[in-house]
Design a protein around this ligand. Structure first.
Ligand SMILES: C[S@@+](CC[C@H](N)C(=O)[O-])C[C@H]1O[C@@H](n2cnc3c(N)ncnc32)[C@H](O)[C@@H]1O
Length: 486
């Protein structure tokens, strides 16, 4: 029997300085786009529904802003997506925004959407992605390397311009999905009216060590110590005031301050004349009572790891420094927050209405909950229900590919012609939402199958050929094309 010893990797570290964050970065740096091949969850923040919700809020904001500052109509609105990852959200967002601009007759609004990440591997993937090319060529999408844990200048690659107050005349619109949970946090304990810093020690089995480094983050064990805080912890009045408020309001608990996110916001404020609108979707807490009576912060491992985001702290920090925050009411899953810097959200009537409609009333979180229930039982639904669900999911290729086998079965069982006609009508929409990623199903092939099943062979062949461009040499596609030729 092999007996493995436990190795202590580090002791009594402030959480934001723990080696865990370095390991997290190493993971994303090494995996690049492969992080999204059955490893890091991303569907929930990368679907047409959330993209359309953000587009409605952003569009309302630009309209409100131009109404209040007519001269800003001449200036470009810059969008900055933080920790972009696969780029699927970016693609769907730009598509949804352009469609909204067209339907609202607002095509003269100028915008540039900047996709950022700290790793160049992700950027290289976006730069050569066929779906993004038309937008890149029109100057609607640009890229930048931006490490949120640092304060390095952010340079737009294609425009070769620095993101600065000289360039950005309108407020900078920032999207932060599943990223505030990924970058550094500090941890604290409140007990009997005292505030303590929560210090982290890391241990692992020696079998998890190779080349002097731990290999699997999920095999790391964490132990905690506490150290009482007597002086201003951050030396930053709004943050220290917030800690004091938590100390006074909370009974016995552990809580996090998303310091990586707050520092990034501080830096971005400097780049844009302190005018920011931020929309963020993540798992987290949005009210002070949710922060009480919590155990040690849970580290969720899923190849990388993530923490619950204290959205309440971000909102309070911004309110204390001239900004504002809208925090979604309680939900079991993810939640969406909207923050601003240097203006109040209440001064923006269209934006406020869009937030109520798309953050509070039917949010990305609600979409995902409802979609998940249908996904888990789609084998029991008829074609009408599946078509309605696809409409609700805004003809999402990811959803269609999951439902495709059931749809084909139902199409072979004398389907209602009106439902089939409606599906035929929506197939181009479905195809237009497709953003190819490695080892993921190709919806263009599934659309080909749909048309072949309803005996529209010319359309079937066309979609099979399009699928072959995305997945060259795929034997199942070649076989279908050959069958249709015979
Ligand atoms: C959990 S993924 C989220 C990706 C995407 N936003 C989504 O919702 O699917 C985190 C992303 O943040 C990037 N990232 C990690 N640390 C970062 C940092 N310090 N600065 C900027 N991006 C970072 C990773 O490369 C990865 O693409």
């Amino acid at each position: 029997m092999t007996i493995h010893r436990k190795v202590t990797l580090e002791q009594h570290k402030r959480f934001s300085e723990s080696a865990l964050w370095r390991m997290q970065r190493d993971y994303f740096e090494k995996e690049g786009i492969n992080a999204w091949v059955s490893q890091v969850p991303f569907y929930i923040t990368s679907n047409p529904f959330i993209a359309a919700s953000y587009a409605k809020i952003a569009m309302s904001f630009m309209r409100d802003w131009i109404k209040a500052h007519p001269e800003s109509a001449e200036q470009t609105f810059y969008f900055l997506e933080l920790g972009t990852g696969s780029g699927r959200f970016s693609y769907l967002f730009v598509k949804a925004l352009l469609a909204l601009m067209k339907s609202l007759n607002n095509t003269s609004i100028r915008f540039c959407y900047v996709m950022t990440d700290f790793t160049k591997h992700n950027m290289q993937y976006w730069q050569s992605h066929d779906a993004l090319k038309p937008y890149i060529e029109q100057g609607l999408i640009d890229f930048a390397l931006y490490d949120m844990e640092g304060e390095r200048p952010i340079t737009l690659i294609n425009q070769n311009k620095r993101l600065s107050s000289d360039l950005i005349k309108n407020p900078l619109i920032v999207f932060a999905n599943y990223i505030f949970d990924t970058i550094s946090h500090d941890a604290f304990t409140v007990h009997e009216g005292k505030l303590h810093e929560l210090l982290y020690s890391l241990h692992t089995d020696e079998s998890n060590i190779e080349h002097l480094r731990p290999q699997k983050m999920e095999k790391i064990e964490v132990t905690h110590n506490i150290r009482e805080i007597k002086n201003a912890y951050y030396g930053d009045a709004p943050l220290d005031d917030l800690l004091e408020e938590y100390k006074a309001a909370l009974h016995t608990t552990n809580f996090l301050i998303p310091i990586g996110a707050i520092r990034a916001i501080q830096y971005l404020r400097k780049c844009c004349n302190d005018r920011l609108l931020i929309i963020s979707t993540d798992k987290g807490y949005s009210a002070i009572d949710q922060l009480d009576h919590l155990g040690h912060p849970t580290i969720s491992f899923h190849s990388s790891f993530s923490m619950m985001v204290n959205f309440h702290a971000i909102s309070e920090y911004l309110k204390k420094t001239g900004g504002d925050g809208y925090l979604q009411g309680p939900r079991k899953g993810i939640r969406t927050s909207v923050f601003s810097s240097s203006f109040s959200l209440n001064t923006l009537p269209e934006t406020k209405t869009a937030i109520i409609d798309w953050v509070e009333r039917l949010s990305p979180s609600d979409y995902f909950t409802l979609h998940s229930r249908v996904r888990d039982h789609f084998d029991t639904y008829d074609l009408e229900t599946l078509a309605s669900h696809l409409e609700f999911a805004l003809w999402d290729p990811h959803v269609y590919s999951k439902l495709s086998p059931r749809i084909i079965t139902l199409l072979n069982e004398s389907p209602d012609p009106r439902t089939v006609a409606s599906m035929v009508q929506n197939m181009p929409r479905l195809a237009a939402h497709y953003y190819h990623m490695p080892q993921s199903p190709c919806v263009l092939f599934d659309i080909g199958l749909f048309f072949e099943t309803i005996k529209e062979y010319a359309s079937a062949k066309r979609y099979y050929q399009e699928a072959l461009v995305v997945c060259p040499d795929a034997p199942h596609i070649i076989e279908r094309i050959k069958t249709l030729q015979n």
